[in-house]
Design a protein around this ligand. Structure first.
Ligand code: ZN
Length: 220
C-alpha cells in the first residue's frame, strides 16, 4: 500500500503505516447528534494497518452489513516513538497532518454497543480507514486552529474546527502514550465533528484541510 508524505518543496516520500489509534466523541456536537454522553476520559479504540487504504483511490464499502457512515477526521502522523510522553516530546514527534475517514458500520456498531461487545467489527475492517497523504506543519501553524471539511456531491456535509476538540491533539497524544506506545508510522485520528452520515455508491467526496490538502474521491 502506498502512503505518501509531501514536503514543502514538492518532494514526496513513501512511509510504512503502523496502527491507527482513534478517539471517539472528541467534538461535543458530534456526541450530541448520536445521543452519546461526552466521556470524562478520552474514549480510545484502534484500527489495524490493514484498515488503511489511500483516500485518493475509489472507496470500497461493505454492502451486506447495514449503513456505512463517514466520519471526517484530522489525522496525525507519528514520526518518533512516544511512551509516557511529555508535551514537548509529542510536539517533536508529530511528523505531519492529513485527513482520514473513520468508516463505521453504524448499525453493527449500535448492535455491538447494546450487547456490550467491542466495536472492531464495525470500525476496524479492511478498508475502514481511507487516509490522505500527509503534510508537515509549518512554523506558524497552530494544531488547534485548523479547518477541515467534507463535501459530498458538491454539498458541504462536515466542517471541523480543531479548536472545538474536547481534548486537544497534544493532550490526546500524551494520554494515548500512557497506554499504547506510539511508533513511527502510526496514525492518530482525532475525532469527528458533527454531520456524520451514510456513504452511498456513486457519491463524489471532496475533502479539504486548510489550504494544504484538497482531494476528490468516489464511492464504489
Ligand atoms: Zn471517529
Amino acid at each position: 500500500m502506498n502512503f505518501q508524505f509531501h514536503w514543502h518543496d514538492g518532494c514526496s516520500i513513501d512511509w510504512v503505516p503502523g496502527k491507527v489509534v482513534c478517539v471517539g466523541r472528541n467534538y461535543a456536537a458530534h456526541a450530541e447528534e448520536l445521543n452519546n454522553p461526552v466521556p470524562e476520559t478520552p474514549l480510545l479504540f484502534m484500527k489495524p494497518a490493514t484498515a488503511l487504504v489511500p483516500l485518493a483511490d475509489p472507496i470500497r464499502i461493505p454492502h451486506e452489513q447495514g449503513e456505512v457512515h463517514f466520519e471526517t477526521e484530522l489525522a496525525v502522523l507519528i514520526g518518533q516513538t512516544l511512551r509516557d510522553a511529555t508535551a514537548q516530546e509529542v510536539r517533536n514527534a508529530i511528523a505531519g497532518v492529513g485527513l482520514a475517514l473513520d468508516l463505521t458500520l453504524r448499525e453493527l456498531q449500535s448492535q455491538l454497543k447494546a450487547e456490550g461487545h467491542p466495536w472492531e467489527r464495525a470500525k476496524a475492517f479492511d478498508g475502514a480507514c481511507p487516509l490522505s497523504g500527509f503534510v508537515p506543519l509549518q512554523g506558524t501553524d497552530d494544531l488547534q486552529n485548523l479547518t477541515f471539511s467534507l463535501a459530498i456531491d458538491g454539498e458541504l456535509r462536515q466542517e471541523g474546527q480543531t479548536r472545538d476538540m474536547i481534548v486537544p491533539v497534544v493532550d490526546l497524544l500524551i494520554h494515548i502514550s500512557q497506554t499504547f506506545t506510539l511508533q513511527t508510522g502510526d496514525v492518530v485520528l482525532t475525532g469527528t465533528p458533527a454531520g456524520v452520515g451514510v456513504l452511498r455508491s456513486g457519491q463524489t467526496l471532496t475533502l479539504d484541510l486548510a489550504d494544504r490538502i484538497h482531494l476528490t474521491t468516489t464511492v464504489l
